[in-house]
Design a protein around this ligand. Structure first.
Ligand code: FDP
Length: 335
């Protein structure tokens, strides 16, 4: 028998601390948690239930959708549309804002998500995840449109991600630190296993897609060259490298043992000022990283301060251990 704190107990205890809390927010988080359990189940059965492979369609970013991208998106919509907590939703997989169907009541929150991050890893059995961000719907708005979602990351009420790896994990922040929960499949509940996660300030591990090196700007090239020079170079120590190509897995690793993750601005395609999406990747991950004592920047600005231009905006992302991210920011200032 388990004797830990379940995520349900944790959320209710958090709710009790806020006198004015109506329970809406706790209930919304519970629905998100349920959705992630359903997605975890589909991911873990893979080819046995025919969910691998391509869907044969493209999303708004022009990326080929996998079957599990579409399934996960549907699960998130269905779990979160009926209870009356959301005013509207937005997703990586949908060009437009998703309006709550007329038969359901509307709530006061806006939910934004990437239903399955790291999609290129699905078919090869490498960790993927779901990233989400909760914002307040501006007062007096009955039918939220895109502009109601375009709030800076500092306005997020909550950010989190589920990681579908060897264990299924849920990592959450409501602005009061970061907590990690492991799914106990025997009881069907997430149990608090990683309370108050803190990112070490220093690291000797970096994560970047090295195949883009020729497209990088000078400050990033300088930083990575110095890491690669090892003991005999400017940094006078050896660095190690990791690249999972699933942001959820990289951020989870950094939360546990430190590190720096970069998908920086590059010159590959001038129409894209970065690869990762601000509203449902960079913002929630930046809130989590900052709440765990790390730093998150484009290289030039704090990510959480950016005022979004559109739902699917892309931004450069450099996040993780404080001293390393600050060094990269300094290199940008100097260049
Ligand atoms: P994906 O497109 O497969 O969902 O969402 C962006 C992302 O994955 C990140 O999770 C990951 O870090 C990055 O893209 C991988 O990019 P590369 O294919 O360039 O390695």
């Amino acid at each position: 028998m388990h004797n830990g704190t379940t995520i349900t107990q944790f959320l209710i205890e958090e709710q009790r601390r806020i006198r004015s809390a109506s329970g809406d927010f706790t209930s919304l988080l519970n629905d998100i948690v349920t959705a992630c359990k359903v997605i975890a189940n589909a991911v873990s059965h893979g080819a046995l239930v025919g969910v691998l492979g391509s869907q044969g369609s493209e999303n708004v970013q022009g990326e080929t959708q996998k079957k599990l991208d579409v399934i996960s998106n549907d699960v998130m919509l269905q779990s979160n549309q009926w209870a009356g907590h959301c005013a509207a939703m937005a997703s990586e997989e949908m060009e437009e804002v998703y309006q709550i169907p007329a038969q359901y009541p509307r709530g006061k929150y806006l939910l934004v998500f990437d239903p399955l991050d790291g999609s290129s890893n699905i078919d090869v059995n490498i960790s993927v995840g779901t990233i989400f961000s909760i914002l307040r719907c501006p007062p007096g708005i009955d039918n939220p449109t895109e502009k109601d979602f375009l709030q800076p990351g500092t306005q997020q009420v909550c950010a989190g991600f589920a990681l579908y790896g060897p264990c299924t994990m849920m990592v959450l922040t409501t602005g009061n630190g970061v907590n990690g929960f492991t799914l106990d499949r025997n009881i069907g509940e997430f149990v608090l296993t990683h309370p108050k996660m803190q990112i070490p300030e220093d690291t000797s591990e970096f994560a970047i897609n090295m195949s883009n090196e020729r497209h990088w700007e000078a400050p990033v090239k300088r930083y990575i060259d110095e890491c690669r020079a090892g003991k005999k170079g400017a940094r006078e120590r050896d660095f190690n490298m990791r690249w999972v190509a699933s942001m959820v897995a990289e951020v989870y690793r950094i939360l546990n043992r430190g590190g720096i993750f970069m998908y920086p601005k590059d010159m590959k395609d001038p129409s894209k000022p970065g690869r990762l999406r601000l509203m449902y990747e960079a913002n929630p991950m930046s809130m989590i990283v900052e709440q765990a004592g790390g730093v998150s920047s484009t290289g030039r600005e704090r990510i959480l301060d950016l005022k979004p231009d559109n739902l699917h905006q892309r931004v450069p992302v450099i996040l993780g251990s404080r001293n390393e991210v600050e060094r990269v920011v300094k290199y940008h200032k100097e260049s």
